[in-house]
Ligand binder design. Structure first.
Ligand SMILES: [Zn+2]
Length: 115
């Protein structure tokens, strides 16, 4: 997965936290929910870096087709690629990442329990 520089990561997540939908939820919060629920896997999302280091993203969801702006799936993939960095960046991220990981473990255990 593509790694952003610390300043790029801050910039992208800062931007996402300022984007609000009609219900007042930030794009960042919707991306976190999308990761927790697993719904970020619903669309084909890609993330790469150009030769000059710029972030190149794409997603085939309706939001991107309509607005041309990064969607919650793109932000979700960026969060996923930087879990360790984010966990160390603040208490709030640490708590969120821990919640995400414990949910992943719980789901894996439940999946095994099906056998
Ligand atoms: Zn999308």
């Amino acid at each position: 997965m593509v790694k952003l520089s610390t300043s790029q990561l801050k910039e992208v997540l800062g931007w996402a936290s300022r984007q609000r939908d009609a219900k007042g939820r930030s794009l960042l919060e919707r991306a976190r929910q999308s990761l927790l629920s697993g719904s970020y896997l619903k669309y084909n999302t890609s993330l790469s870096k150009a030769e000059d280091g710029a972030v190149v993203w794409d997603c085939d969801c309706p939001y991107v087709q309509k607005t041309g702006k990064p969607c919650k799936h793109v932000i979700a993939h960026i969060i996923l690629a930087h879990m360790e960095e984010l966990r160390e960046s603040s208490k709030a991220w640490e708590e969120w990442v821990n919640e995400y990981w414990s949910k992943q473990v719980e789901e894996a255990i439940n999946a095994f329990a099906q056998f």
